[in-house]
Design a protein around this ligand. Structure first.
Ligand SMILES: *Cc1c(COP(=O)(O)O)cnc(C)c1O
Length: 380
């Protein structure tokens, strides 16, 4: 038997439809950010999220940045972000001149713990960024109940959760504005890309203004502010239109794959997979595994052992409090200062191969490797 192939954590699923639409976009000559595919992508993505409007943006970092900008958030303001997330969420708060406050996540679903959020709020809090981590929706209702009466904006970051639902509502449509990334490893990709979705036409009009050099619609080359260029190209949008048409198929293979992992790993002790609360319809961005706290110190050795067997893995995000730009930020947990749940998940979690070409037999091989290596790691 030949050596088993290398199984990557993630790779894009790009088919003939994507190739055809991108070809059409190139052939049309509309290769920059004006073009029929950009308009179509915005309409299709708004419909996908169940919002009235969408604005296509250069990437999922610029999209959160522009949401904060368009909301007028800046120096002197505080923005609550999860203590465990992709770091761009903290970076954009920093870039508008506001202060990130880290709220711990909940052990059951790994997203903002509403108890920690409540403790993190101050009179300076202007927004909460609820990230739907690894495809599982955040617990939005208690967050909205805290924010709405206080006039605090709720920004959803659905970069890892396209199409996931919370109590029947699609993520991105629940707060004031939803932000998305279409980076190559996300559930839906445009290569590089992002979007903001909302029912608030005025907010998105301000975003459109900022994203395109803040040029006056009445007077050409008259710029009302120092604007930005955060546009998506027609080529990227063409890829995105094809991906959205294939979304049911893309979500289905991800769900099927996670099902295989759940079956194959059911008997492996010390390990839990992606959360799935009863109020949630998650999407499987990446297959996640978390070691019980006692095994957390063995994680990196375990991942190295898997790598020698052709199994790619990735550790969970490093908790925000452990990153130099955010180490001085206030971190607030459910019971006091600090973010112990984020610390545990950051140390104990890892992602397993989540690619379309992983077969059920591959998953069984991965499960066998974990079954062998986890006890060995415990004894080492
Ligand atoms: C990927 C990601 C982003 C950033 O998106 P880019 O398109 O890479 O800029 C932001 N937030 C979260 C939660 C992400 O996973």
């Amino acid at each position: 038997m030949s050596a088993p192939s290398f199984l990557p954590v993630a790779e894009p699923s790009v088919g003939e439809r994507e190739v055809a639409y991108v070809h059409e976009a190139v052939a049309s000559g509309w290769v920059s950010s004006i073009g029929a595919f950009v308009d179509r992508f915005e309409q299709d993505f708004a419909a996908f999220c169940g919002t009235r409007h969408a604005v296509a943006i250069s990437n999922g970092t610029d999209s959160i940045f522009l949401a904060l900008r368009a909301m007028g958030i800046g120096p002197g303001d505080e923005v609550v972000v999860p203590a465990l997330t992709f770091a761009a969420v903290g970076a954009v708060v920093h870039h508008v001149g506001a202060t990130p406050v880290l709220a711990d996540v909940h052990p059951d679903h790994w997203n903002l713990d509403p108890v920690a959020v409540e403790r993190a709020l101050t009179p300076s809090t202007k927004a909460v960024i609820a990230v739907h981590l690894y495809g599982h929706p955040a617990d939005m209702d208690p967050i909205l109940a805290l924010c709405r009466p206080r006039g605090i904006a709720v920004i959803e970051d659905g970069a890892e959760a396209h199409g996931a639902r919370y109590k029947g509502r699609t993520v991105g449509s629940i707060g004031d504005v939803g932000s998305f990334s279409f980076y190559g490893n996300k559930v839906i990709t445009t290569g590089e890309g992002g979007a903001l979705v909302s029912d608030d036409a005025e907010l998105l009009a301000r975003v459109r203004h900022w994203k395109d050099h803040a040029m006056s619609p009445e007077r050409r080359y008259y710029h009302t502010e120092a604007g930005y260029n955060c546009r998506m190209t027609n080529l990227q949008a063409a890829l995105g239109v094809a991906q959205l048409e294939r979304a049911p198929e893309l979500l289905a293979w991800r769900a099927r794959l996670l099902g295989w992992y759940r079956d194959a790993l059911a008997d492996v002790p010390g390990l839990t997979l992606n959360p799935h609360l009863d109020w949630a319809e998650p999407v499987n961005w990446l297959v996640c595994a978390v070691l019980e706290p006692a095994l957390a110190p063995t994680r990196d050795r375990l991942l190295a052992a898997l790598r020698t067997q052709g199994i790619d893995t990735r550790p969970f995000f490093v908790p925000m409090a452990d990153l130099p730009p955010y180490a001085a930020c206030l971190a607030v947990g459910a019971d006091g200062e600090g973010a112990p749940v984020a610390a545990w998940l950051g140390a104990a979690g890892f992602n397993l191969p989540t690619s379309e070409r992983v077969t059920e037999a591959d998953v069984r091989r991965i499960a066998d490797a974990l079954r062998r290596e986890i006890p060995a790691a415990t004894l080492a």
